[in-house]
Design a protein around this ligand. Structure first.
Ligand code: NDP
Length: 248
């Protein structure tokens, strides 16, 4: 099976990497369920892909029931789930001494519990089908830690660990797992930084001459996602780290 007629669910599809992946997969004939909190942005993705088979769902990944509904409604509409792409995430950068308890909680809920909610909803369906593919967006910060990014890094290390455990438990059931670990990508992710100074400095740095060498575009990550989905049945790309060439 190629991308054509693959049934793909993307959590966190309203902007950036998730939105680009939805458009790319749909343009190649996949049937795509897209989910996020901003339904208006999901509807825009449907509008720019008028010929594609896309279903949009308002869902918060921290809510297990809402995530389950996305999977259930995808099965009702399309008959199965071939791929779940756990992509929702936020990155509220701050040093640990800012004791940003609410930020930590929110980030753990979205970046970690959200992934577990996706796995919990899709895994029984995939086991029943005796095939499936779960892809989760980690980060290069799931492999290294930088000052200011400790809590975010913690969430991205966590999802790498969860996905490796999933691989060990489910490879024998014909379920593929992939971690996508991007470096810097030009998206709205900086908007989730609550600290005004850090957010503005990072946004300014993205506008500097030469910064295009330092950040990838979302559709470049989408191409990587399409590649890992479109592999032969006996081949699973378990991890893919993708940095802009100019990134340290
Ligand atoms: P965006 O901010 O553009 O996209 C984030 C997506 O996550 C949006 O669709 C957002 O939708 C969704 N999301 C956030 N919270 C929730 C929630 N509670 N429930 C459902 N969806 C949610 O940024 P990116 O495209 O960059 O981020 C995608 C992933 O890539 C994240 O996991 C991020 O950590 C990771 N990443 C990004 C990098 C980068 O440089 N941009 C580098 C490495 C990893 P909505 O707000 O509508 O709910």
């Amino acid at each position: 099976m190629s991308l054509k007629d693959k049934i793909v669910v993307i959590m966190g599809a309203s902007s950036g990497i998730g939105a680009a992946t939805a458009s790319l997969l749909a343009s190649q004939g996949a049937k795509v369920s897209i989910a996020a909190r901003r339904l208006d942005r999901l509807e825009e993705i449907k509008e720019i892909n008028p010929d594609a088979e896309i279903k949009a769902f308002a869902a918060d990944v921290t809510n297990a029931g809402e995530v389950q509904k996305v999977i259930d409604q995808t099965v009702s509409a399309f008959g199965r789930v071939d791929v779940l792409f756990n992509n929702a995430g936020i990155m509220p950068v701050n040093n640990l001494d800012q004791i940003a308890r609410d930020e930590w909680q929110n980030m753990l809920d979205i970046n970690v519990k959200g992934v577990l909610n996706g796995i919990a909803a899709a895994l029984p369906v995939m086991k029943n089908q005796k095939s499936g593919h779960i892809i989760t967006t980690s980060s290069v910060l799931g492999y290294e830690v930088l000052p200011g990014y400790a809590a975010y890094s913690g969430t991205k290390y966590a999802v790498r660990a969860i996905m490796e455990g999933l691989r060990q438990e489910e490879h024998k059931n014909n379920i593929k797992t992939t971690i996508i670990a991007p470096g810097s990508v030009k998206t709205e992710l900086f908007d989730s930084i609550n600290n005004d100074e850090i957010r503005n400095n990072l946004k300014e740095s993205m506008k500097q001459p030469g910064s295009e060498m330092m950040a990838l575009q979302p559709d470049e990550i989408a191409q990587a996602v399409a590649f890992v989905i479109d592999t032969p049945a006996n081949m699973a790309v378990n991890e893919m780290v993708i940095r802009p060439t100019g990134q340290e």
